[in-house]
Design a protein around this ligand. Structure first.
Ligand SMILES: *Cc1c(COP(=O)(O)O)cnc(C)c1O
Length: 429
């Protein structure tokens, strides 16, 4: 059968009701599930029988939404987590332990930068951050015998830089490790990293996938393409017996779904960062219109970027969809349908002008959040990174004037009017 379009799959993938069953996915608000015989329950705990046992590991509502995400990304399986942070944590811990090493792009989301650079480091997993735009030989020098994965973001938050996924996949595979890509900003509507050689994809579903600012969540997706057995010495957790499941070997028992099965049956069992079924329901509702919302976010953001580019008070604008942007060529290759609704800008007037501008905004709200239907703005130097001086900000790679603007689904004329009047108002000291 011909593969259905991404829109059809956003609406329908992951759930096929039978006769008389609910058309929308049901919220299975139950911690536990019933069995007929003791033997059935026993086989479940040996992973010999499929079925649900406890919502800390799996829940049918979550699995409908996860199956939709796996389908959209073109993976063999997916798992929902309580947040995007948990998804990235699980993605790493599923194949890393104390003594191991990670290579990561340096321009990633601040939360993930801290997760890798502070928390995982304290747990004994060493991390080397690389400039993703460096030549391949330079990045290759960061790999060590104990390196277990390469990490990057398709579109970095907040810098909206495009990852050269093919280059990163080559680097990872030459060193016998998987490429893990956080695909939060583009969503599978705009980019499917597996098609470019990535092996594992993560998401903060809190952003466009939910899209309405209602539910924090994450997802981990397995392409099924990485050959763990070919590098069995690097990945003992997947390729040697798991004592906690009677000596089961994930690659032998689950084949291409080894990685995602281990994440569910081992990590989720032990760390318990499951998404609630209620949030999975909201997520699924968001996914059903993702293919309609993403193009609108991108069109409006491009129009806003063009407006800002021409405005005399604006020092610079970063949006990969702009023909003059340094990321534009990579955006055309990896994100031909559009990047996202997120752009960055700097104004000419200095810190006080920046603050007067933000305070004068009426429609666009000041928020830590990004990437949903409401337009919002964040100024890292005044908000998330306010403890740092301008010099410290620059050292951390953050322009003190950088503002992250997330274009929502309001009428673009109204968004532009709001920016225009706020820039005007900022001149009145
Ligand atoms: C927001 C975000 C995260 C963290 O997700 P939460 O759902 O807030 O935990 C991770 N990666 C990227 C790219 C993000 O934008």
């Amino acid at each position: 059968m011909k593969k259905q379009g991404i829109g059809t799959r956003c609406v329908q993938a992951g759930y096929k009701p039978g006769k008389g069953e609910p058309r929308q996915i049901p919220i299975i608000q139950s911690t536990t599930f019933k069995y007929e015989t003791s033997d059935q329950m026993g086989r479940l705990f040996d992973l010999e029988e499929s079925g649900y046992f406890y919502t800390r590991l799996q829940n049918p509502t979550n699995d409908h939404a996860a199956a939709k995400i796996a389908d959209l990304e073109g993976g063999v399986g997916a798992m929902l987590t309580s947040s995007g942070q948990a998804a990235n944590l699980f993605a790493c811990l599923n194949i890393c332990q104390a003594g191991d090493h990670i290579v990561s792009a340096a321009n990633i989301y601040g939360g993930t930068f801290n997760l890798l650079g502070v928390t995982l480091t304290k747990m004994g997993i060493d991390v080397t951050f690389v400039n993703p735009d460096d030549p391949e030989e330079t990045i290759a020098a960061a790999f060590r015998p104990e390196t277990k994965l390469l990490f990057g973001e398709t579109l970095s938050n907040p810098g909206v830089e495009v990852l050269d996924i093919e280059k990163f996949a080559r680097l990872a595979h030459t060193h016998g490790v998987p490429l893990i890509v956080d695909n939060t900003f583009p969503t599978p509507v705009n980019c499917r990293p597996f098609e470019w050689g990535a092996d594992i994809v993560t998401h903060s579903t809190t952003k466009y996938m939910d899209g309405h600012g209602v539910a924090v969540g994450g997802a981990l997706v397995d392409s099924g393409n990485f050959d763990w057995e070919a590098h069995a010495d690097k990945f003992p957790g997947l390729c040697t017996p798991d004592a906690s499941y009677h000596g089961l070997v994930y690659t032998k028992a689950f084949g291409r779904a080894a990685y995602i099965t281990k994440a569910t049956t081992h990590l989720m069992r032990d760390l318990g960062s499951i998404q609630s079924p209620q949030n999975a329901f909201y997520l699924n509702l968001g996914l059903q219109t993702l293919h309609l919302r993403m193009p609108r976010h991108c069109e409006s953001a491009l129009e806003v970027a063009r407006f800002l580019e021409r405005h005399p008070d604006v020092a610079w604008v970063k949006y990969p969809g702009l023909p003059g942007d340094k990321e534009h060529a990579k955006a055309l290759k990896y994100l031909p349908e559009g990047t996202s609704g997120v752009l960055c800008l700097g104004l000419k007037g200095g810190r006080d002008f920046d603050n007067r501008f933000m305070d004068a905004l009426r429609l666009i709200t000041i928020e830590t959040h990004v990437a949903d239907c409401h337009s919002c703005i964040l100024h890292p130097a005044s908000h998330t990174h306010r403890q740092l001086s301008d010099t410290q900000l620059r050292a951390a790679g953050i322009d003190p004037g950088l503002m992250r603007l997330s274009i929502g689904l309001e009428d673009v004329e109204d968004i532009i009017d709001d920016l225009s009047q706020a820039l005007e108002a900022a001149h009145q000291a």
